[in-house]
Design a protein around this ligand. Structure first.
Ligand code: 4BW
Length: 150
């Protein structure tokens, strides 16, 4: 990409691209696994953010980790869905980004993740930045660049 285009990419803030918190399906730390599985199945997403009672980001939980947890040696141990809480099996170590970061920061972070959680300086959840949003914006930039329209 040209220097001009690089400058444009760093001028696009994560805030412009992210899905804001009120539109993001999420679960809470102390929810039982059955609630988390219900949210995941009904929303159709493979993983969603986990928030604490004050709406700070606590982690991420996905369908696979829940199914692995209830998979016993001979059967699905369905009772675990009501006995266990999200906080016991969620992914704690989560990559985050801030609204003030730019598209290139987002691109770097999204390579190894389906989505990145956006948090403020105190850890409160602002929303998510998805691969789809990054790819859509990059497509826009590529199509509007004369360099790629020969
Ligand atoms: O319900 C859906 N609606 C639409 N429009 N697209 C969907 C839906 N479910 C899945 N998709 C598509 C998206 O392109 O499949 C991709 C992978 O979904 P995922 O990961 O494995 O459930 C979606 O790619 P994406 O939009 O770049 O989203 C990346 C990941 O971000 C999703 C999901 O884990 C999370 N996510 C996206 N929107 C979300 C969300 N989590 C909670 N709430 C949302 N609104």
């Amino acid at each position: 990409m040209s220097m001009t285009q690089d400058r444009q990419l760093v001028d696009i803030a994560v805030a412009e691209l992210m899905i804001s918190s009120e539109k993001v399906a999420h679960v809470q730390l102390n929810n039982p696994l059955e609630h988390a599985l219900l949210v995941l199945v009904k929303s159709g997403y493979s993983a969603v953010p986990v928030l604490d009672a004050t709406y700070k980001l606590a982690g991420i939980i996905g369908k696979t980790v829940i199914l692995n947890q209830i998979l016993g040696l001979e059967r699905f141990e369905i009772e675990k869905l009501s006995e266990m809480r999200v906080q016991e099996i969620m992914q704690h170590d989560v990559t985050t980004i801030s609204k003030e970061n730019n598209l290139l920061d987002g691109l770097n972070a999204i390579i190894d993740n389906n989505f990145i959680c956006v948090v403020d300086e105190e850890g409160y959840f602002d929303g998510i930045l998805t691969r789809r949003a990054i790819l859509k914006q990059l497509k826009k930039e590529i199509y509007s660049s004369k360099q790629y329209l020969k």
